[in-house]
Design a binder for this molecule. Structure first.
Ligand SMILES: [Zn+2]
Length: 210
């Protein structure tokens, strides 16, 4: 499906070079020195290396091949009821502080001849979450990818996030919790479609907590 490949490349991007573990290790060593720690003491000896591997894992969304992820999973069917996947847990790092923000994503679309394997939607969320992000952009990227891949009658993404850079730094706490949304097509133009989605995702939802 070369058309899909083009779309995915444009919307999702993909880095093919390996992450530079040595460089991160060296940088983490410098941070330890800079804050006045003894990077040779027992507990810290292997910390720079661990930091490098942690970043490799937490940011592997840049190197998740979206073609591999999605290409085999788009199906042609005549089904036109709303598809909703809610409460998708995600873990991301904010690009301003490189601190975690975590939460849940809710994704819906109204098919228009094409659907995507259900298990792929959480993996799309994951792919975008495991990058340096701002929540607004992540929300938009998830919606755009589904939109361009399936050309549905509409797509809706709502993301709730708790931002540790605000919580831990004691910045106004109420700013730590954020909800963002991206809606297109029927979810934007048709009140009852939009409401059906919003009702569904608010039903029995527990508030975000640690
Ligand atoms: Zn931040």
């Amino acid at each position: 499906m070369p058309r899909n490949k083009e779309i995915i490349d444009r919307v999702a991007g993909l880095l093919t070079d390996e992450i530079d573990l040595e460089k991160i290790t060296a940088a983490a060593e410098q941070i330890l020195e800079a804050i006045g720690e003894d990077s040779n003491r027992e507990g810290l000896k292997k910390t720079p290396e661990r930091v490098a591997h942690a970043y490799q894992e937490l940011l592997d969304g840049y190197r998740t091949d979206p073609i591999e992820l999605l290409n085999e999973a788009v199906f042609h069917v005549s089904y036109d009821e709303m598809v909703i996947v809610r409460d998708i847990e995600y873990y991301s790092l904010c690009e301003h502080h490189m601190l975690p923000f975590i939460g849940r994503a809710h994704v819906a679309y109204l098919p228009n001849g094409k659907i995507i394997g259900l298990s792929k939607i959480p993996r799309i969320v994951d792919m975008f979450a495991r990058r340096l992000q701002v929540q607004e952009r992540m929300t938009r990227q998830i919606a755009d990818l589904i939109d361009e891949l399936l050309h549905p009658q509409g797509v809706a993404v709502v993301v709730e996030g708790l931002h540790l850079c605000s919580v831990m730094r004691g910045v106004k706490k109420h700013d730590a919790r954020m909800t963002t949304s991206a809606m297109s097509g029927a979810f934007r133009n048709n009140m009852s479609t939009r409401q059906e989605f919003l009702d569904n995702i608010s039903r029995g939802a527990a508030p975000l907590h640690f």
